[in-house]
Design a protein around this ligand. Structure first.
Ligand SMILES: [Zn+2]
Ligand SMILES: [Zn+2]
Length: 377
């Protein structure tokens, strides 16, 4: 698993471009004698482990994509291109391939069928939704779904479960503010889009602090602000990109209108105009209560109760939510923070995992593969 993970880490691929990764996955699954389906939702791969006894069909899922980050680590297995496995998906693939090997060897013990799902494009592009739309749940009769994420927020050796909502919804905003360009010394003859956009960036926080019910969490972050070229020119337009998070469906549904209302008011006050594009991305990720109780108890038996924790909910998001909307599901966290080297946050240019965490991930995945077809609620 370590060798596989390092190979993938050195050759990261962005969402829906995971051609090398998918080919590696498919080749490994074929070597194990498994039925393999490729090019689902462009680069997705499924491996089918048919058990020796009757039972449910369950899915174990890993995501394969990397991020457009230039890696700053010096490790021998550092990225060889402009992308980076800065979220740990290389580890997820290595874990599921490790589980594939053990489950294929112990096929006779399995009740039902285990579908090993290697999905593309978790980072924003919704590879899981594409897999659902490709019809995999119905075509393979998937009744339960399990997935994991490595987490540098938690120490190696801890595996975390939580029932109910665990990750927020995630949607995107794209804004262009159009003013009137001119000389930097003559603002009265211009409509300054930098001033208007700056006012909006500050004012939009009132949606969270003054409009949304304070008992409901929400986040609006403007992550990109692009305008202008030089010292003394008022540009014609400014562009903003942002992300919006929420847990409550009602709050989520109203965020678009509330943000646009602030934008419209501020633009009107200055005579600017705007384009506003709101992109609905990932719904809230909710763990089924019964599945989570089952998986937690299985984890305690498999790893020992001292390794199992209740993990906090966070405003991060996961497209595993598209699977969890359709079938009872449980998504769990596997701590991967060892020393300082593996303590950077996810998506950081120096992110790395403590590879000892792979063992906890694979033991949990194998336990689910061997047990869930017979015993999951
Ligand atoms: Zn990520
Ligand atoms: Zn991730």
């Amino acid at each position: 698993m370590v060798a596989t993970r390092r190979d993938l880490h050195a050759h990261p691929e962005l969402g829906f471009q995971e051609h090398r990764t998918a080919a590696l996955v498919a080749a490994r699954l074929r070597e194990l004698g498994l039925e393999v389906h490729e090019r689902i939702a462009q680069t997705g791969v499924l491996g089918i482990v048919k058990g020796g006894r009757p039972g449910k069909t369950i899915m174990l899922r890993a995501d394969m994509d990397a991020l457009p980050i230039r890696e700053q680590n010096e490790a021998a297995y550092r990225s060889t291109n402009d992308a980076m496995h800065a979220c740990g998906h290389d580890g997820h693939v290595a874990i599921l391939l490790g589980a594939a090997q053990i489950l294929s060897e112990r096929r006779a013990e399995i009740c039902g069928t285990v579908v090993l799902c290697f999905q593309p494009a978790e980072e924003g592009l919704g590879g899981a939704r594409a897999m659902v739309e490709a019809g995999i749940l119905g075509e393979y009769g998937i009744e339960r779904a399990y997935g994991l994420h490595l987490s540098s927020q938690h120490p190696t050796g801890k595996v975390g479960f939580r029932a109910g909502q665990i990750y927020a919804s995630s949607d995107s905003i794209e804004i262009a503010i159009h003013g009137k360009g001119g000389h930097g010394a003559a603002p009265h003859l211009s409509i300054d889009p930098i001033y208007v956009a700056s006012s909006f960036v500050v004012a939009v926080q009132q949606v969270v602090s003054r409009v949304v019910n304070p008992v409901e969490p929400a986040v609006v972050t403007i992550g990109s602000f692009q305008a202008g070229t030089t010292y003394n020119v008022i540009p014609t337009s400014a562009k903003l990109l942002g992300t919006v998070r929420a847990f409550d469906a009602g709050v989520r549904a109203e965020m678009s209108g509330r943000i646009e209302r602030v934008l419209a008011g501020i633009c009107a006050a200055s005579g600017a105009t705007y384009d506003f594009n709101y992109i609905w991305r990932y719904p809230v990720t909710s763990n089924d209560a019964e599945q989570t109780e089952y998986a937690r108890a299985l984890g305690e038996r498999t790893l020992g109760a001292e390794h199992i924790e209740e993990f906090p909910k966070i405003m991060g998001a996961e497209d595993f939510s598209f699977f969890a909307e359709k079938v009872p599901a449980c998504f769990y966290q596997v701590g991967c923070r060892g020393d300082e080297r593996s303590s950077f946050p996810h998506h950081h240019e120096r992110f790395d995992i403590d590879e000892r965490a792979l063992e906890y991930g694979v033991r949990m995945m194998v336990a689910l593969g061997l047990d869930a077809g017979a015993n999951a609620p």
